[in-house]
Design a binder for this molecule. Structure first.
Ligand code: ADP
Ligand code: MG
Length: 350
């Protein structure tokens, strides 16, 4: 077959703004009881029936937060939703709705936006949230996506960053550093491709970490697990910027200190081997890498039997009095102050 359907591109202008919105949103259905009115009026109408509403927004800019040279649009759509849902679960709330606002330049075709919305649709399906609105406009260069996520919780269920107490256990879900090492692999392949556009990257050995970067998941399962186990964290945050900076947020807002044990930090073997290959310190990668979208929370020691042995949950340290400060206890037992090296300051050291 000579004709390749994927290469036909439809100009966005040919649809007009309303045609475009209708086209992109036509296949979304509403499943949440709290959604009374979704897309199609001047505003959505929601009813949380006495529960509290939690709201979180993120803004993603092409070239700053994502790079379309290795990020397929479908993955971008999926990830843009996930990073917002992660914030809702970090409040110990159930995610229920999203809105999607989009600015695109004429570089993008209808087919490109369809791909983006395929990813958005998949995420709404997997996480059972309704798309209830948004905005669509043009930009002079590139793509900008802003997603707002809403969720619901009873007042006493909501978990803030500021509730940790001295002697609470510090717990992390899943494993850390994968997303950052996946990004290193993708950046390296991009450079190889620039020199030799015919090169076929073999990412097989890196599939776990590349997936952590391109298709992260939010811990809806952990939100549900904690509920099932009857565990109520005293404080919680999601890990978007790296373990170190998130611990410091909990410490600052809870007015406590912390001892984090280096040998307890959960890491996948493929992250460790990628760190060896890239000559990076795996602990530093877990502390400062970011974009893992795992949950970090504290629990009273009494709750420990409820989480003990659960493969999704790892105790990595404990909180202390505020005047003791926040430290990493290294493998050789030295006490190193934790610093908030975010993504950017870490990138500069490479
Ligand atoms: P308004 O003129 O009031 O801003 P719009 O014409 O922009 O309304 O939007 C019409 C409907 O489509 C609204 O319900 C709006 O929330 C929804 N909508 C607009 N853009 C998007 C989008 N990118 N994704 C999902 N829903 C959208
Ligand atoms: Mg509008």
């Amino acid at each position: 077959m000579l004709e390749n359907k994927n290469q036909e591109k439809t100009d966005l202008e040919s649809l007009g703004e309303f045609g475009l919105i209708d086209h992109l949103t036509q296949n979304f259905s509403l499943t949440q009881k709290s959604t009374l009115k979704g897309i199609g009026d001047d505003a959505a109408v929601l009813d949380f029936k006495g529960k509290k509403t939690v709201v979180s927004t993120d803004l993603l800019i092409e070239g700053v937060h994502f790079d379309l040279s290795y990020m397929p649009l479908k993955h971008l759509g999926y990830k843009a939703v996930i990073v917002n849902l992660s914030d809702i679960y970090a409040m110990n709330a159930k995610a229920t709705q999203i809105t999607v606002s989009l600015a695109v330049s004429n570089r993008f075709s209808l087919e490109a936006l369809e791909e983006l919305y395929e990813g958005i649709a998949l995420a709404t399906k997997m996480y059972a949230v309704d798309l209830v609105g948004g905005d669509t406009t043009s930009s002079t260069t590139g793509m900008i996506i802003s997603i707002t996520a809403l969720g619901e919780a009873n007042t006493n269920e909501i978990v803030y960053r500021g509730g940790a107490n001295a002697n609470d256990l510090l717990v992390v879900t899943g494993d850390l550093g994968g997303s950052y090492m996946g990004l290193q692999v993708l950046e390296r392949e991009k450079e190889v491709f620039k020199v030799n556009p015919n090169s076929q990257p073999d990412l097989e050995a890196y599939s776990y970490i590349v997936e952590r970067q391109l298709k992260p998941e939010a811990r809806k399962d952990v939100f549900e697990l904690l509920n099932q186990l009857g565990v109520h964290p005293t404080s919680m945050i999601d890990i978007s910027d790296g373990l170190s900076s998130e611990i410091l947020h909990l410490c600052k807002q809870s007015k406590v200190g912390c001892n984090l044990f280096e040998d307890k930090i959960p890491m996948d073997p493929t992250v460790i081997s990628a760190c060896e290959e890239f000559k990076m310190d795996s602990t530093l990668v877990a502390l400062s890498g970011g974009e893992d979208y795992e949950l970090l929370f504290t629990i009273d020691q009494k709750e420990f039997p409820k989480i003990k042995g659960n493969p999704n949950l790892t105790v990595v340290g404990h909180m202390t009095a505020e005047n003791e400060g926040a430290h990493l206890i290294s493998r050789n037992n030295s006490k190193i102050p934790l610093t908030a090296q975010g993504w950017n300051s870490f990138a500069k050291h490479n």
